[in-house]
Design a protein around this ligand. Structure first.
Ligand SMILES: [Zn+2]
Length: 602
């Protein structure tokens, strides 16, 4: 483990042809190298982790190579190539504008452009996240960009092209990098897994690829994580567990059940999903993108838009053939409404349940009032509207409803296959006081009698089958809630938690990943944070973090304390450059010495 290198670095491409997923673009670059027609400035745009910086580095290496191959690739053998590969070339300068965006940073860099390269032909200046440069820095840079020395090539990279000033855009050759498709990521992960001798299930890699959302770097770092969690055998089940992803099978099943109008079965499934710790709101979002996929699979024209593995694609196509288009449109609309109302809903679970019920009733014939079955959807819709209106009701009543649910949960499950079929004797016999009070107080127009059977089926929904209740109780009490844990387990679970954090917390998650918690006064976990803003952000989700740690480490005694770092003592220099910056901050003479000797910063 001593010389463990993360896969994203270990398998970073060395030549244009090994860059994954950007064939058109790398071919153009190769041709430019071959023909020697090089521009002075290039702009690489595209989402994060798709190979912009990698391509910039390969480009810098290739144009300085002493024996370019006939194909326009670097030889990787000459002195220049070797110095590039070892990271000690004097002809490449990289500036991350996200953290060094001041005028001084740019001015220092621009000074370098005036000195011709001692070996090789070109000095290449890579400015990453160029849109982050301050206005003053931009202007300082523009001066050089307008009249660059012949030996200088700029490669600017950005994730946000629209933020680049037109004056810069007009002086650059622009290359748009594409998101990586799921199949391409899967292929690459397979290659890495094979080289690392890691066994895998293809479906598991597919989950990783989908989670990476178009970024190869993310895919590889998730892969590393999963590989260590699975200890060399990446299985589908373990990946789902590790990444906290709900298996797509659940979505397929919900749609199948909805097509058959099996409301109760869906409620049972929903309950088991929630019992596993998944958020009901995420379930609806996941289901919505699933239905969107089914819709894409429905039409050969949109089939290519479906970004899933080959196996999955077939499953989608099969389901698409069963789904009437009307069902798909309506379902998307209903789920979208749920999404809109979700935040302000005070009983989110009920909202999700009602949403699923509505989805399950789309295909139910509406005009067969004669036999009674058709009436229930209409009634339910009325109920739904009224309950939605009554959302901002006193909290205790909601609590009452929930309490009732858990009490009811102990009852034997009666899973009706046609829950919406009226059973007129049912409802009046067991009126629920709590639910009645909700409807009475806020929507006097609803009469329990009128709601009748739909209402009882509604109540039946969240009922849990006995085995589930047992299971749930089991997870709370039987699972030893006082497991011992080590610093190492803590740091693994911490990283896993960061990876699982929801999309809107991605920024925070990636910063948290760089902070390692420590056990201070077991089982108290201390997290030292070096920045007040971050501290307050973390503080907002402290409860969630603590709960996650308790759960994942299996110890209920865990407490979490956050601490603001004493900057001088705890902020460690991580790279040589940071170490140097720190030295020079402490002792300005060092910087003077550097300037005197004309030393460059790598
Ligand atoms: Zn070479």
């Amino acid at each position: 483990m001593d010389n463990y290198i993360v896969s994203a670095r270990k398998y970073r491409p060395m030549t244009f042809s090994s860059v994954v997923g950007q064939e058109a673009l790398t071919t153009t670059l190769k041709n430019a190298v071959k023909s020697g027609k090089l521009a002075h400035a290039y702009l690489f745009c595209g989402p994060r982790g798709v190979g912009k910086t990698t391509c910039a580095r390969i480009f810098a290496k290739t144009i300085n190579c002493e024996h370019i191959t006939a194909d326009g690739e670097a030889c990787n053998e000459c002195g220049s190539c070797k110095s590039f590969n070892d990271g000690r070339s004097m002809n490449i300068f990289e500036l991350d504008a996200a953290s060094n965006n001041s005028v001084e940073n740019i001015k220092t860099l621009m000074e370098q452009t005036q000195i011709p390269p001692q070996t090789g032909r070109y000095k290449v200046f890579i400015i990453d996240e160029v849109h982050m440069l301050s206005t003053a820095a931009f202007n300082a840079f523009l001066k050089t960009l307008e009249e660059p020395p012949a030996h200088v090539i700029f490669i600017l990279a950005t994730t946000e092209k629209h933020k680049i000033l037109p004056t810069i855009l007009s002086r650059c050759q622009i290359y748009d990098f594409e998101r990586m498709t799921v199949p391409k990521i899967i292929d690459h992960l397979k290659m890495v897994a094979e080289r690392e001798n890691i066994a895998y299930e293809e479906e598991a890699l597919s989950v990783i690829a989908e989670k990476a959302d178009g970024g190869m770097r993310d895919a590889l770092s998730i892969f590393d994580q999963v590989a260590s969690y699975c200890q060399g055998n990446i299985t589908f089940q373990k990946v789902l567990e590790d990444l906290n992803v709900l298996a797509a099978d659940n979505y397929f099943r919900i749609v199948d059940l909805a097509l058959e109008n099996k409301v109760s079965d869906i409620m049972v499934l929903l309950n088991s999903i929630i019992a596993k710790g998944f958020d009901a709101g995420h379930l609806i979002n996941g289901l919505a993108s699933h239905v969107r996929n089914v819709m894409m699979a429905n039409d050969p024209q949109t089939l290519p838009l479906l970004e899933v593995s080959q196996q999955q694609r077939q499953k989608y196509q099969e389901q698409a053939q069963k789904c009437p288009k009307r069902f798909l449109y309506r379902a998307l609309k209903i789920m979208n409404e749920c999404d809109v109302n979700y935040r302000q809903s005070s009983n989110k679970r009920l909202l999700v349940e009602l949403t699923l019920i509505r989805v399950a009733q789309i295909t139910q014939p509406a005009d067969d009032d004669a036999d009674g079955a058709g009436r229930s959807p209409k009634r339910l819709k009325i109920l739904f509207k009224n309950i939605k209106k009554s959302q901002p009701k006193p909290a205790q009543q909601v609590a009452g409803v929930e309490k009732k649910e858990t009490v009811a949960a102990t009852a034997t499950p009666t899973v009706a296959t046609q829950p919406s079929t009226p059973q007129p004797t049912d409802a009046p016999q067991r009126p629920s006081k709590e639910i009645a009070s909700v409807t009475k107080s806020s929507t006097p127009r609803i009469k329990l009698k009128n709601i009748g059977t739909t209402f009882s089926s509604l109540r039946q929904g969240p009922k849990q089958p006995a085995y589930l209740v047992a299971q749930q109780a089991g997870t709370k009490t039987a699972a030893d809630s006082n497991k011992e844990f080590t610093e190492e387990q803590l740091s693994i679970q911490w990283t896993l938690m960061c990876n699982r954090m929801p999309q809107h917390l991605v920024g925070l998650a990636s910063r948290l990943k760089n902070i390692m918690p420590h056990i201070v006064d077991y089982p108290n976990i201390e997290v030292v944070i070096d920045n007040e803003i971050l501290l307050s952000q973390v503080n907002d989700i402290k409860g969630n973090i603590e709960a996650t740690m308790k759960k994942t480490l299996g110890n209920d005694q865990i407490t979490l304390s956050l601490k603001l770092a004493d900057i001088d003592s705890s902020r460690k220099a991580y790279t040589k450059r940071e170490l140097f910056d720190e030295l020079r901050r402490k002792n300005p003479a060092i910087e003077k010495l550097r300037l005197k000797l004309g030393l460059e910063l790598a």
